[in-house]
Design a protein around this ligand. Sequence first.
Ligand SMILES: Nc1ncnc2c1ncn2[C@@H]1O[C@H](COP(=O)(O)OP(=O)(O)OP(=O)(O)O)[C@@H](O)[C@H]1O
Length: 554
Amino acid sequence: MIALFRLARRLSETDRTAFLRGLALMVTVLVMGVALLGLSGWFVTAAAAAGVAGVGVGFDFFRPSAGVRFLALGRAMARYGERLLTHDATLRALAGMRSAVYAGITRLPHEVQSRLRGAEALNRITSDIDALDGLMLRLVLPISAALAGLAAGTLAVWFLVTPAAAIALALIYALGGTLILAVTARIAHRPAAAAEAGLQSLRAASLDLMRNRADLAVAGALDRLTGVALEAVNAEETARNRLDDIERQSSSALSLTVGLAAAATLYLGGTAAEAGLISPARAAIGFFVALALAESLGALRRGLAEWGRMQGAAERVLRLTDTPPRPEPAVVPLPLPEKPLLNVTDLRHRRAGAQRDSFGPVSFTLARAETLLITGPSGVGKSTLLATLAGLTAPVSGQILLSGVPLADWSEELLRSWLTLVPQRSALMAGTVAENLSLALPEGQPLDEDLLWKVLEAVDLASTLRAREGLATQLGPHGSGLSGGQAKRLALARAVLRRPKVLMLDEPTEGLDAPTAKATLAGIRALLPDTGIIFVSHRSPDADLADRVLHLAE
Ligand SMILES: Nc1ncnc2c1ncn2[C@@H]1O[C@H](COP(=O)(O)OP(=O)(O)OP(=O)(O)O)[C@@H](O)[C@H]1O
């Protein structure tokens, strides 16, 4: 509930004027609707009464019928303006919220980001934000307009019919409407949340299916996992059917409330007319106003049925938009060129909840222009050591000095310009080779094709690409369209383009034959003569490519 309030405030703050104008038009639509039915009711009754009394010739048909036309047309125009204003403001506010979610994700600690699955992030940015489009349009604005409309209708009935009819109208609408809508919101909460959860698991299952379909087909698991996706479809459909039932039931209950309010105002107005306190035509106004106010409740029905969906989405979205800024050191100390590039002392790492250390204690130094090979059995913590050195995960003890300055004292921006890591499974994107390479360059820097070819030569990939469409060679998702070894070398080329002072490579020679591996590492070294290079490898011939070897033991 608090999350919904906070989010509604944030959305409305993006363009308060547009939302206020939209609300004013929404109230105008309601009030004009109430006036239209009230006037029509009065007109029909008064005209009939004039006919019965035989004074029809003197009855003024023109002004009331002009009023009816004005209200009908004005209402349509106000509705059009209201839709334009509120939908435009809502869509702009949601677009801003999407950017805020993106920004929040990028501020998350690296470890949390690496656990955030692609499908999950996609759900936050699309499904959750979409769920919130009803918050202003189907809840906040209609509730405010309904209250204003009820107040206006009650006042009109008070002065034109009788105070008793006005009180009955306000009480029945306020109590009946609140009760029905509250019950609707309550019983719809669970199915609405289940429908949203079903939709989100369907997206996640579909993405997994599409991404891994070849592996799943080979493992004979494609049908089973398609079954899991279909279960999500069924769960979503069952929850939606339940929501439809609830909406229908609440619709019937609201019709009863409207009927009761109309009957009460008709009875009280009729009694007053019988007593000669008001004319029968004025008594009819109460009845028609009660009918016209039904519109205000109807608009809320759907919003309240979606309450559960919006609430969960609001909580998840706020968790991301409110991600605290990354801690940046207050004073950035200057690197000390006389110190070793890296000085690592008694470094130990353990994941939260793990029974034993991922690695450590480890101590070593890395000089400028030095190449260090890290070896060790699978699972001993080589990749985790590289991630720790790159500042992507924090050690439990020990120290890392980069050019004499503790790693934690480096600003994120400076650290990334000094130090680059190419992980085991490096992310290439769908797009051209040039687009993939340019990710390494500062934003807006023009592409220097000669430089790109130079790094591609260094990783022994230039001749392969020249035989295709060169830098314009198109890659599919995750770099598909290149062999595993070629994709790896393209990722290496991208890292070299950044010209880091420390370059860390996780299994750079995996998937390469011995001569290509040798040529690639030699090419990188030739382009980056002063860089300290750390690389992880299982292959014993790779020891010849390093100045020193650090063996991690279990
Ligand atoms: N995200 C993770 N969550 C929990 N444990 C993890 C995670 N990633 C790795 N581990 C565990 O941490 C330990 C070290 O993993 P790491 O990937 O660093 O080993 P490695 O030496 O690089 O292995 P390999 O040579 O097979 O790549 C392993 O026991 C692994 O199971």
